[in-house]
Design a protein around this ligand. Structure first.
Ligand code: ADP
Ligand code: MG
Length: 289
């Protein structure tokens, strides 16, 4: 009898442990990847990467949300949305004056959702500075909707301001697009330093997800040199996929379209598809490890 009861207790204990393991596993596997696309340098391809990664992940059947945290609103107009008169301003959501659900928009002819940004974000940034827990505003805004998505891509402004800090606090990964130029590495150390500070103080989940070489010319000796240095310093965090300079990528935003919908056979479209595949592959092998 005692033995029987002991066996029963043992079995229940095993079940409990198994359920815990399964839950931890599920939590990890289904955790939404929230990616801040950040680099305080302007013109390095943050917006182009946010928009086209969103489109590439969406054709791979991932549920995607793109959040435009740049007052220039280029990611918003780049997908055919209006940055001046959205239904609800993202700034109002960040300031706690509106519900995030009401600010969600669907990008025309896709199943990608967006929180469009625009000039209102400049005022929001100033007002946020006076608020308590100002660096957690985006994190809180996304809390009720994040589980509806596999990927959330946050397009950051070209500075390490409070909007970027909000993106880094809300994110669990940072994608750093960069051009392989002489000064690129100098700027990187400031960004890596900020990521480290935020990781220690506000967001222990934050990590550099990958470095992406944009407007890449494999024939240039400088590009090869910078690539070598990046690979030495960042190892496998440097994506194998690089994005070539491609005129279709530059033209697509003026039509309000991701390049996949503008010219799906272009080198730019294929490069972002390859990047999305590499990203998914890397995530899967991390999860399996
Ligand atoms: N791979 C590329 N090939 C050609 N033009 C590009 C490429 N990536 C970005 N661009 C162009 O370079 C400019 C800056 O890119 P953008 O994505 O807006 O940079 P950021 O958001 O970092 O300021 C834009 O005009 C964009 O269309
Ligand atoms: Mg931009």
């Amino acid at each position: 009898m005692y033995k029987k009861q002991g066996g029963w207790v043992y079995q229940k204990w095993q079940d409990f442990v198994n359920v815990c393991i399964l839950q931890i596993h599920l939590e990890y596997v289904i955790m939404t990847k929230i990616i801040a696309v950040a680099n305080q340098k302007g013109g390095v391809g943050k917006t182009t990467s946010s928009v086209n990664m969103a489109a590439s992940l969406a054709v791979m059947k991932r549920k995607v949300l793109i959040v435009d945290m740049d007052p220039q609103g280029n990611a918003t107009t780049g997908v055919g949305l209006n940055k001046h008169s959205p239904p609800v301003l993202l700034s109002d959501v960040l300031l706690g004056d509106a519900n995030v659900e009401d600010a969600l928009q669907t990008i025309p002819n896709t199943n990608i959702m967006a929180l469009g940004g625009g000039p209102d974000l400049t005022i929001a940034e100033l007002e946020m500075m006076q608020m308590a827990e100002r660096e957690y505003r985006l994190h809180k805004a996304l809390a009720s909707i994040k589980d509806n998505f596999d990927y959330i891509l946050i397009d950051c402004p070209p500075s390490l301001n409070m909007l970027t800090v909000n993106a880094l606090v809300a994110a669990n990964g940072v994608l750093i697009p960069m051009q392989c130029e002489y000064y690129a590495l100098e700027g990187l150390s400031a960004l890596v330093g900020s990521i480290e500070t935020i990781r220690q103080n506000s967001n222990p989940k934050l990590e550099i997800m990958g470095l992406l070489r944009t407007m890449y010319d494999p024939r240039s000796n400088l590009a090869k040199d910078v690539s070598r240095q990046l690979s030495e310093y960042f190892g496998e965090k440097l994506y194998n996929t690089s994005i070539p300079r491609n005129i279709r990528l530059a033209e697509a935003p003026s039509h309000g379209l991701p390049v996949l919908m503008y010219d799906k056979r272009s080198h730019g479209a294929l490069a972002y598809l390859a990047l999305a595949a590499e990203m998914i592959r890397k995530e899967a092998s991390r999860e399996a490890a």
